[in-house]
Design a protein around this ligand. Sequence first.
Ligand code: KG4
Ligand code: ZN
Length: 333
Amino acid sequence: MYILSFESSCDETACAVVEMSEGTREIKSNIIASQVDIHALYGGVVPEIASRAHIEAISKITYEALDVAGLKISDIDMIAVTQGPGLIGALLVAVSFAKALAFANNIPLVPVDHIKGHVAANYLTHKDLKPPFLALVMSGGHTSFFDVKSYTDFEEIASTQDDAAGECFDKIGRVMGLPYPGGSALDRLATMGNKQSIQFPSPAISKDTLNFSFSGLKTAVINYINTKRQKGEELCREDICASVTHSIVEAVVSKVDIALKKTGYDKIVLAGGVSANSHIRAGIEEVCKKSGATFYAPSLSLCGDNGAMIGAQGYYEYLNGVRGSENLNAYPS
Ligand code: KG4
Ligand code: ZN
């Protein structure tokens, strides 16, 4: 079936067409109107500005997504839309647009959870991947382990107790003056630094739990930078990035190892914007090799927010009987 899908939970307005059936998982188009340049002026996402920019972009990218796919709205079998979590005003743009389009054209509407959508980006990358598996979702707003029992049945088994991993990268990046959002610049700088040069606290809070805590690490790095600046000492951005990344990779790798043992799974799926991080990918790859588990991560173009992942998850929700009515509302958390 052809699925037209929408995503507007944060600062990307996205629309895609995917073709999904029992043996097919194919992206026909995947259009993203990014607001990064607008929010970069403020060093973070401004919700009201995000909502307005979504409204300006959504019609245009819908035409573009259909056009690139070579399809008309009458060819579309189902419309999928991110229902939450995210910024409420931002979410409501795609939810309202998708509702209007679905009911005006008599097409079934399917609401999709953003986090499940991130995991589904892996189905588009790895055509044979099937649940059950262990998933680690790391994004700007979330860092959680899930027991993915089926395509639609997720159980959260651990999460961060405070900041998300992406938020930690972005806030450190902002203090260092890296381009917004800081995650990808920090990834590149980390490759050039000495990861043993500075000892930062670990975000792995205790051995007995799979939970994380990123706020202590974030504060320690910001304090380190501010102290250096106050003393007029030179900052080595590469060493800071490498040391922060090392602390995060060590924590993630140790938790993944424990989580695989605890759940008995031999498959781990990484998802969310932070899954683009080359050091985290390499660390998990290595621990999986040692433990005999198989590691899956989305292709780099599908790590961040996009419409195709929402379409892929929407397909499985549709098969499960999920439908959105004309009363469909967004949920922020
Ligand atoms: O999933 P996503 O696109 O949006 C949310 O749902 O939050 O994730 C965005 C986050 C941002 O914090 C961004 O800095 C981070 O993903 N990110 C990265 C990398 N690329 C994006 N973090 C670390 N390394 C990267 N290469
Ligand atoms: Zn996301």
